[in-house]
Every structure is written in structure tokens, then in C-alpha cells.
Design a protein around this ligand. Sequence first.
Ligand SMILES: Cc1cc2nc3c(=O)[nH]c(=O)nc-3n(C[C@H](O)[C@H](O)[C@H](O)COP(=O)(O)OP(=O)(O)OC[C@H]3O[C@@H](n4cnc5c(N)ncnc54)[C@H](O)[C@@H]3O)c2cc1C
Length: 553
Amino acid sequence: MSKPVLLTVDDDPEVLNAIERDLRHHFRTDYRVVKASSGPEALDTVRQLKRRGAQVALFLVDERMPHMTGTQFLLEAMKVYPDARRVLLTAYADTDTAIAAINEVGLDHYLLKPWEPPSVRLYPVLEDLLSEWFARARPAFDGIRVAGNALSPASYAVKDFLASNQVPYQWLDMENDATVCELLSGASGGAARLPVVFFPDGTTLVQPTARELAEKVGLQTRAQKPFYDLIVVGGGPAGLAGALYGASEGLRTILVERSAPGGQAGTSSNIENYLGFPGGVTGADLARRAATQAKRFGAEIITAQEAIEIRREDPYRKVILSDGSELTGYAILIAPGMEVRRLEADGIDALLGAGVYYGAALTEAASYRGRDVIVVGGANSAGQGAMFFSRHARKVTMLVRGPDLSAGMSRYLVDRIGETPNVEALVNTSVAAACGNGRLEAVTVVDGVSGERRELAAAALFIFVGTAPRTELCADLVMRDAQGFVLTGRDVMTEGRHPAGWTAARDPFLFETNVPGIFCAGDARQGSGKRVAAAVGEGSATVSMIHQYLQTV
Ligand SMILES: Cc1cc2nc3c(=O)[nH]c(=O)nc-3n(C[C@H](O)[C@H](O)[C@H](O)COP(=O)(O)OP(=O)(O)OC[C@H]3O[C@@H](n4cnc5c(N)ncnc54)[C@H](O)[C@@H]3O)c2cc1C
């Protein structure tokens, strides 16, 4: 396979040669460096590269060029290579333009000229961006290939699992590609049971479970130690932060995640309000960085394993996993977050995975390029979903039950939706039914004021109708409120008295449940902030309380 391309553009021959030299010096083993001396010439190159099936990993472009500015070039180039990282080369005087470009073209970074020494001011930034790009790039031929039918829930589940775990794969749709049927006919199980996953070592898995897939692609699914200081349940921002701080402070730490690290945040197409990421960060990137960081400090992360029960066997705490195995330790951090609520309407369940999806279903966006899609919900997650799909779909219709968008959505998203011509919000509107023969074709909606029903043609329906805490696993052990949120700290005390079964000679810590040594952080905790930063803060803050608890066992 040919190397991915780094394309650099500058009208000043001296600068162009200097940047080309520096890029080649550092990146030539893994990338091909291509240069162009103007925006139009570079666009020609981009189109040729696309025709030849080359991958472009990064554009590094001078902002001030005659005929076409760097930002103008990026606007055109990203239509051809939307995933390539975008960096502007600017003079100090152009900083404002570069900041504007963060929004206009989703700029990943701007570099000030000169970039001397490159080992400090050029390579670290580009390496970071290229590792992000690489994590999402799909190898053309020599990686995992998933062959199946785009409208089958089983195919969707496999793609979603691989994508959430950031395992690159190539999707082969049997409906659009005759060679896929040929490929399937040779695979065990054949086309009758889909999807079939082809691995580079020549083996296949037919309609695999998440655990089979996890084991095959080398993800850890079983504990390596007999005993842990800290067991974390849930790999969302709260759990990842708990695991990271626990491991970094020397605790034997394991995190168990039923699906993939990232949690709800991992499904977000762009988190714009997390500290330190002025251009926003995708949930997938944040999850990858956090999981890597936690593992670097020695935390074990096991995936495709659900914690089904938590037990107290003093002084130990146990977590029972879905494969029947047990994890034993001194302390547990429960961070199972929230799960999406089901939408009660006719036809939804029958069409799940065949045009109807819960959440953003990022893996499916490309399938709905140029089509009409519907997003249900009026909170931030629905707004982000609508903005994400507006980049692919012909039209996005938002169905919002309330009388206006601003009731449940941050102002910046309401404004952005207002400015996006292919997104329309229908307020006072809810879903009555999803209709279609084997795949979604239309959605029947009801006007909450007039009671009028009508049908909207749609290729896909993405549902964001709220969430509920996923705390059943500890229902018999810890105190929860009527909605299922876990009570912690002073909330487990009644009129200053300790809860039943409380054995410690102290009050519960801030994030401790009514069982000493069992803590809860993040969205599943009653009174939590329901934001990424809040979950991260709680998960990390819990570790100091766990340290204090461990001194008593
Ligand atoms: C689409 C979307 C966009 C969002 N955008 C933003 C945003 O821009 N900014 C912002 O601040 N917030 C945003 N949020 C909210 C934010 O993502 C959450 O507040 C945050 O993820 C909560 O973190 P958490 O760790 O508590 O739980 P979650 O993120 O819900 O993670 C919990 C994890 O635990 C796992 N789990 C659950 N039960 C078990 C079990 N029994 N065994 C093993 N694993 C289990 C789940 O699979 C999940 O991975 C968004 C949410 C959504 C859905």
C-alpha cells in the first residue's frame, strides 16, 4: 500500500522548500511529502490523488497566497478529503484569520512562521495530529474487512463495536458491490448469516459477538491479576478518570466496560465545551487519549464485559461479570453513566438498525449522504447529532416535542442550527410511527398543538430522547432515588444518622455510597453535573477518597 500523503502549499519558493525539507527529514518513513506552489495547483493535485486512491493525512498550507488563500483552499480540499488534518502556516499578523478558520474550516492547528527549531515547534504538533488521523484512517486492503448488508442490525452492531473501540475496518456492502457476494460465498456461514468479518491472517468470524470480536482483535477481555485495590465499573469519562488517577497514584486498578471506552461522550461528534480544546474534540479522540493514558499508568481496561452484580464480602468488594467470572478488590467506583431511553412509537423496534438508530450512529453517516434524515429530540445531544448529519445528509429535520429549541439546548447550538440551511427544526412535534418495508421509508409525525398527523419521507431516523441511569447492577446493594440515580455522601444519611449496615467510624465521603468502599461518580450519581468535565472531575476526585478508605482496610 502506498504511503499516506502530507500535502504542503506555499507560494514562496524558499518557504515551500524549507517546509518540504523539514517534513521529509522527519516523516519520510511513514508518509509521502507532496508540495504545490499555489492553491489552484494544490487543488489539482488533491483531485489527482483522490483518483489514484491515495490517502491524504494532512494539509499544511500558507494562509497568505495570491489567487486563493490557505483557508479558501482548505474549504475546497476538505470536500475531497474530509478527514485530513488541517494546519495553516501564518505570520503573526494573521493570527485572527487563523482563529476564524478554526470555525470556518475546522482548522486543527495554526503554526507561526518561522517554525524553528522544527523539533520543538513543528514535529510534536504534526505528530499528534497524524496519530489522531491514523487512529481513524481505514487501511485500503490489508486490515479488517466487514462484509454484510447495510440494513441489518447485526452488521450495524459489528461496525459500531469496531468503531467505538477505534479498530479500523473496511466496510463492504453487498448491495453496492458485486465482488462482495463473491467474497461472501467463499466464507464459512456464507451470505445466509451476516456480517462476515475477514481478518488479515485469513481467518473469518461469522456474525460474531462483541466478546468474540474483542478477543480476536486483541482487546483485553479478562482480568490479569487475582486482586485489585480499585475496580471501576464503566469506561465513560468518570470511569476513565477514576482509572487514570487510581493507576497513576499506584493503585492496582482495573476498569470493566461493557462496550467500548468513551461512554456517552464517546458517541459525541464534537465536544466543544471541554477545557483545553478550543476547536472542540470528538468523543472518539477524547476516549482514545484517556484510555491510552490510563493504560500507560498501568490500569487494566477490559472491554466487551458487562458487570452484572456488585457484592459486599467484608473487607472485600466483588464485581460479577457477564461471562461468570469475578473481580475482587478493596474498593469499587461505580460509573455506569446513562443509557438512552427507548422511543415508544409503532414500527421503531422492527426497523432498528435498518434506518432507525439510537444516538448518533456515526458509522452510518456516510450511508445517508445526500438523503433526507430525521433527528428526534431537543437537547444538546440531538443538536450535535443534527449538526453532524447536516454535513452528510441533503436535509436534516429535527423533531422537537417542546415549543422551541432553546428550552433544552445550549445557545451556541441553537444559533448554529439556525445558521445551517439544510437543518429544519419542527417544534411541538413528536413521532407517532416509523414506516417502511424492511428499511425505514417514512416517519409519521403528530403536531402536539393541532393534533394533525402527517408523513415525512426519511431514509434514517436518529433518536436522542433522553437517558436514564444504568444502575440495575447495584440495585440491591446501594441506595438509589426513584429514577435510579445512586445516592452518595450526605444524601445517604437520615437526620444525621448513618445508613443501615454502615460499619465505618466516620461519615461517608462525598462520593461514597451507603456501603463503605463503594463509590459512585459521573452521570449515574444523583446531583451530578451531567457533563464531560463534571464526570472527569468526579471520577478523579474520588481517587483521593479511595486512598483514605484504603488506609482503613
Ligand atoms: C451524543 C452526546 C453528546 C454529548 N455532548 C456533550 C458535550 O458536548 N459536552 C458535555 O460536557 N457533555 C456532553 N454529553 C454528556 C456527557 O457525554 C456525559 O455527561 C458523560 O459522558 C457522562 O460520563 P459518565 O462516565 O458518567 O457516563 P457515560 O459516559 O454514560 O459512560 C458510562 C460507561 O459505562 C458503561 N457501562 C454501563 N453499565 C455498565 C456495566 N454494567 N458494566 C460495564 N460497563 C458499563 C457504558 O457502556 C459506558 O461506556 C453528551 C452526551 C451525548 C449522549
